[in-house]
Each structure stands twice: as C-alpha cells, then as structure tokens.
Write a protein that binds this ligand. Structure first.
Ligand code: GDP
Ligand code: IMO
Ligand code: MG
Length: 417
C-alpha cells in the first residue's frame, strides 16, 4: 500500500502539524523524512498546545508508530528533551539507524558562520542543521546506529576534530573534552539505542503486508528546499515530496496521495526573497491576528499575501493531489485581501518562479474580505466571499482545496467532499 504525504508549499509553518495530527487518527505509521529540530510543528487539541520538533506529529494517536527516517538529522539532546513529554514511547517511536547525529559543535559552527555572514546571514534557526548535513555529504558525519559501539564512534569524532583543527580554531570553537564526550555518548546509547532500527526495512515489510496505512510528514516548506527554494536562503535538505524517497528509502511508486499545506496568506522566518511581503501595518495586522511568531525560535515571522505563482510552482514540484488551506480565520475582518497572480520580471509579465526571485514584483488581484470564519466546520457555513476566495485559489494553483482550517484546534476543520 502506498504512503500518503504531507508537504509544506510555502516557506514553512503552514500548519503541517495540525493536519498530520488530524489525519494521523486514520493512519498506523507516521514518518518524518528530512530536517531536524529546526522544525516546530504545533498541535492544539481541546485547548492544549503541544509543540513538536523531531517526533512526528502522529504521536498523539496512541495507536500510531512514529518513525524518524534516515534523512532526518537528530540532535540527541533535543530528542531526549522532547521524549520526556510522553509517557510510554516503547514501540511508538522508532529511529532509523542511518539518521545522522547533530552534536553541540554543529550548533556552534552554525552560529559562528551566521555571525561571519553579517548582513548576508541566512537567519538559520541556529540548531546546527546545515553543518550536520554538510558533514553527512562530505562523509565525515556520524549516524545514530554508530552508538552501538561507543569506543569506535568516540575515536572517529576525535579524529574528525584533529582533521578539522584549523577550521574549528578559525571559528573560535573549542573541541569537547574526550571524557565529557564519552559520558554524553553513553547517555545517548542507553536512552536512544532501544528505539534505533532499520526503518527502511520496517516500512517495506509494512507496505508488503498492506495492513497498515502510512503517512509521511514533511518539515519546512517547498520554498526552503535546498535545490528548488530561494537558494542560498533555504534549509539544507530536500523539503519537497521527493525528499521522502531518499529520506526513508522509498521508491517514487511508494508515494500515494500528496497533500500540500498552505496558509491562506504567506509567512517567512529568516532572510531571503519574499515577493508578497507586507512591510506596513497590514503585515503587522497579519502577524498579530495569526500569532506569527516562530514555534522553534520565537522570532517574529515576516507576513504577506498569498503568492499563487509560488504556490502553483510548489504544487507542480510536489505533485500535490490537493491542498489544505490553513489559517483562513486570520483574514477575518480584512476589508480587501490581495493575491499575487503573476510577477513583473525583466520588463515582462510572467507566471513562473525564476531562480532569482528577489528580482520580481508581484502583480495583485484584490478580493472582498469577510467578517468571520473562525471555528466554522462546514463549507456551507462559510461566507460567500470566503468561498469565492478559496475557489479562486483553486483556479490559480490548478489544485483542489480539500481541507480548510479555521482555527488551531483539531476540531475546527472543513473536510470537503
Ligand atoms: P508547521 O510548522 O507547518 O507545523 O506550523 P507551525 O505549528 O509552526 O505554525 C502554524 C501555527 O498556526 C501554529 O501555531 C498552529 O497552532 C496555528 N494554526 C494552524 N492552523 C490554524 C488555523 O486554521 N487558524 C489559526 N488561527 N491558527 C492555526
Ligand atoms: P517547520 O517544519 C519555517 C528556515 C530558517 C532559515 C532557513 C534555514 O516548522 O515549517 P536552518 O536552521 O534550517 O538552517 O535555517 O530555514 N526554517 C524554517 N522556517 N519553518 C520551519 O520549519 C523552518 N526550518 C527552517 O528560519 O530561514
Ligand atoms: Mg513550524
């Protein structure tokens, strides 16, 4: 049985956590396939808020098994902290032995490099994501499965520090002391190794048996993809649907329905191009009404209008079968709502995403606003202006909007037939 997939189609924080949690009630296995604790996925059930960074958002379904795939970079420290929130994770959390480890020095490199970049800083989350993926790709990273043999792992890390001595010195980073590192690794081995498995094989077996439904949970968003996003202002993994294949060991034909998650407007945290950004009071109003402050870093998110050109590009890249439109209630009370339907670029009007997105000017169409959609659970109860807005976004993105979300709560969701 093919695995269904959830993917962010903007710059992250679209509301993936809410939808994965909602859908997870019908799935048996939920997997993260890329990213790390740079992600912050928020779930609200009966007024109680839970923020997840590494553990898949299926964890609130007591029957689901949650998998951290090989494409994820894992900070053992962050994971252990997150695990403390849940009582019995035995059999409910599995970690691929091929997932790479994030150590404190990766965080230190991340922050030191951001300081050196000065005004060109990417605005990373400072979680060591880029440096951990860099070490993986340059074949000097360490996999979580290596915790099985601490002596060898420790020796490798010490060799790594020797080989990169000049680099660490230039960044002002002091290598950890051997004994401290050993104690740390021992702790990780003891606490995490019981969860470490061959996750790819586990998934293949489940797919062959065909009894269990599998859901794949993307982190970040399409426009932050290392290849297809606004490079270099991106994260260090393939955030698009294709990342699920490499990040879990699945073949393209193993992927079933793809649902893209989009906000009814747009946000971005960190630097880089954002054509529809509203720098004035309307942007402030979106930030306030949408509580647009990062789940991971608390930073204020940049806010602006729905970018239908970028959304259409993302739907094509991910092969979205449908979209979930989130946070429609945040537009409550706006008299007019703008949507970018094209860009002006090099003196021409275009409807595609060029690789130098910083050089486009959005072309807007204005829609009438509505009074209130907050908490609405049925399509027919939506004001006609909201229905028209949603239908226009479907036309512009050429993708059906199958889910509409009207509050953070799991219950406040319209599932369209
Ligand atoms: P993710 O990273 O894609 O999982 O999204 P985040 O959790 O970082 O950010 C989305 C925020 O919007 C969270 O605080 C959610 O609780 C909240 N949220 C999700 N859906 C809705 C919605 O329909 N309306 C409102 N007002 N908030 C929502
Ligand atoms: P979720 O899964 C929004 C952004 C950072 C920065 C860039 C690179 O919650 O949607 P990194 O630390 O990954 O090297 O930072 O990517 N970023 C996110 N923005 N949501 C996220 O995750 C993000 N994860 C990383 O702000 O601009
Ligand atoms: Mg988030």
């Amino acid at each position: 049985m093919a695995a269904d997939l959830i993917v962010g189609i903007q710059w992250g924080d679209e509301g993936k956590g809410k939808i994965v949690d909602l859908l997870a009630q019908q799935y048996d296995i939920v997997c993260r396939y890329q990213g790390g604790h740079n992600a912050g996925h928020t779930i609200v059930v009966d007024g109680k808020t839970i923020a997840l960074h590494l553990i898949p958002s299926g964890i609130l379904n007591p029957k689901a098994t949650n998998i951290i795939g090989n494409g994820v970079v894992v900070s053992p420290e962050a994971l252990l902290k997150e695990m403390e929130q849940f009582e019995d994770l035995d059999g409910r959390l599995l970690i691929s032995d091929k997932a790479h480890l994030i150590f404190k020095y990766h965080e230190q490199i991340d922050r030191a490099k951001e300081r050196l970049r000065g005004k060109n800083a990417i605005g990373t989350t400072g979680r060591g994501i880029g440096p951990a993926y860099s070490d993986k790709v340059s074949r000097q990273g360490h996999r979580i499965g290596e915790l099985r043999d601490i002596d060898t792992l420790l020796a490798k890390i010490i060799d790594y520090f020797k080989a990169n001595e000049a680099y660490f010195k230039a960044l002002g980073i002091t290598p950890p002391k051997e004994e401290e590192l050993r104690t740390e690794l021992e702790l990780y081995r003891q606490k995490l190794l019981p969860f470490v498995v061959d996750a790819t094989n586990y998934l293949w077996e489940n797919m062959e048996q065909g009894e269990h439904k599998i859901l794949l949970e993307g982190a970040q968003g399409t426009m932050l993809d290392i290849d297809h996003g606004t490079y270099p202002y991106v994260t260090s993994s393939n955030t698009i649907a294709a990342g699920a294949c490499t990040g879990l060991g699945l073949a393209p034909k193993d992927i079933g329905k793809v649902t893209g998650i989009a906000k009814a407007y747009c946000t971005r945290v960190g630097n880089g191009p954002f054509p529809t950004e509203e720098l004035g009071p309307l942007g402030d109003r979106l930030r306030e009404q949408g509580h647009e402050f990062g789940t991971t870093t608390g930073r204020p998110r940049r806010c602006g209008w729905f970018d239908a050109v970028a959304a259409k590009y993302a739907c094509r890249l991910n092969g979205c079968d449908e979209l979930a439109l989130m946070k429609l209630d945040v537009l409550d009370g706006f008299e007019k709502i703008k949507v970018a339907t094209a860009y002006e670029y090099e003196g021409e009007r275009i409807d595609y995403v060029p690789s130098d997105l910083e050089n486009v000017t959005p072309v807007y169409v204005e829609f009438d606003g509505w009074d209130k959609v907050e908490g609405i659970k049925r399509w027919d109860d939506l004001p006609i202006e909201a229905q028209r807005y949603i239908q226009a976004l479907e036309d512009l993105t050429q993708t059906k909007i199958g889910i509409v979300s009207t509050s953070p709560d799991r219950a406040d969701t319209i599932i369209r037939k």
